[in-house]
Design a protein around this ligand. Structure first.
Ligand SMILES: Cc1cc2nc3c(=O)[nH]c(=O)nc-3n(C[C@H](O)[C@H](O)[C@H](O)COP(=O)(O)O)c2cc1C
Length: 223
C-alpha cells in the first residue's frame, strides 16, 4: 500500500501532460464520398491496409430504459447500405437495453490513423436467416460458447460455465443449432461523423445526416 501513492501521483501528472499533435491527414467535404457507407468502406479499407490491430473492434453505446448510458466493445461483422451489423446475446445487458430503447451509437477509434468514426441510429435485429448463416460460419468453440454463456448474468464460478459448455458439447456434438437467444443486430444510421485529427486541435469533422427522402446531407462541424 505504501508505494501506491507515488505511482498514482506520477500517473496523474503524466496523464495531463499526454498530448499529441495530429498531422497525418485531412478530410474535406469536397472529396468525401456522397454517402457514409462508401466513405466508411474507404476508411475501413485503409485501416486494413495499415494492418491495425483489430480495426473491426468498435464501441457500442446503448441507453437503458431509465436513461443511463452504457458502452462495450463488439466486432463489426457487416457494413453495407442497410447498416452496420454485430452479433451478440439478445438477453445480455446490451440486449435488454436495446429491447427497451432501440437506439445505439457505434464508435471506431483508429488511433494510428488519427481517425474516429461515430455512427448513430436505430438498432434492429437482423433476420433469423442472417443470424443462422453467421452462427454456422463460426468455429465450433464459439458456437458452443454461445450456448454456454448466459451473457451478463452473474455466475458463482467459472467452473459452472465450463460444465455448461461440456454439457452442450455432449448434447449437440459438432452440430449445435443457433441458440434462440443469440443473433445479430443492425444499426441503421441516421447520422455518421468522420473525424480526422489535424494540427493545433483544428480537426476535420465531416458529418452525414440522413434526409427524409433517404439522401444524405454532408456538413462540416467545428472541431
Ligand atoms: C475486442 C473485443 C471484441 C468483442 N466482441 C464482442 C462481440 O462481437 N459480441 C459480443 O457480444 N461481445 C463482444 N465482446 C465482449 C463485450 O465487450 C461485452 O463484454 C459483452 O458483450 C457483454 O456486454 P453487456 O453486458 O454490455 O451486454 C468483445 C470484447 C472485446 C474486448
Amino acid at each position: 500500500m505504501d508505494n501506491c501513492l507515488p505511482i498514482l501521483v506520477t500517473h496523474t501528472l503524466s496523464l495531463s501532460d499526454l498530448r499529441k499533435n495530429y498531422a497525418l491527414g485531412s478530410l474535406s467535404e469536397h472529396d468525401v464520398a456522397s454517402d457514409p457507407f462508401a466513405q466508411f468502406k474507404r476508411w475501413f479499407r485503409q485501416a486494413l491496409d495499415a494492418q491495425l490491430a483489430e480495426p473491426n473492434a468498435m464501441t457500442l453505446a446503448t441507453v437503458s430504459a431509465d436513461g443511463r448510458p452504457d458502452a462495450r466493445i463488439v466486432l463489426i461483422k457487416g457494413a453495407d447500405e442497410q447498416g452496420f451489423t454485430f452479433f451478440t446475446n439478445y438477453e445480455s445487458r446490451k440486449g435488454q437495453e436495446l429491447a427497451a430503447n432501440p437506439f445505439g451509437c457505434l464508435l471506431f477509434h483508429w488511433i494510428e490513423l488519427e481517425r474516429q468514426v461515430r455512427i448513430e441510429g436505430r438498432v434492429e435485429k437482423v433476420s433469423a436467416a442472417e443470424s443462422d448463416a453467421y452462427y454456422h460460419s463460426r468455429p465450433i468453440g464459439s458456437r458452443l460458447g454461445a450456448w454456454a454463456s448466459e451473457q451478463s448474468a452473474e455466475v458463482a464460478d467459472r467452473s459452472i460455465i465450463e460444465a455448461r459448455e461440456e454439457a452442450f458439447r455432449k448434447q449437440f456434438g459438432d452440430a449445435p443449432p443457433r441458440p434462440p437467444h443469440w443473433g445479430g443486430y443492425r444499426l441503421v444510421p441516421d447520422a455518421v461523423e468522420f473525424w480526422q485529427g489535424r494540427p493545433s486541435r483544428l480537426h476535420d469533422r465531416i458529418k452525414y445526416f440522413r434526409l427524409a427522402d433517404g439522401q444524405w446531407r454532408v456538413a462540416r462541424l467545428s472541431p
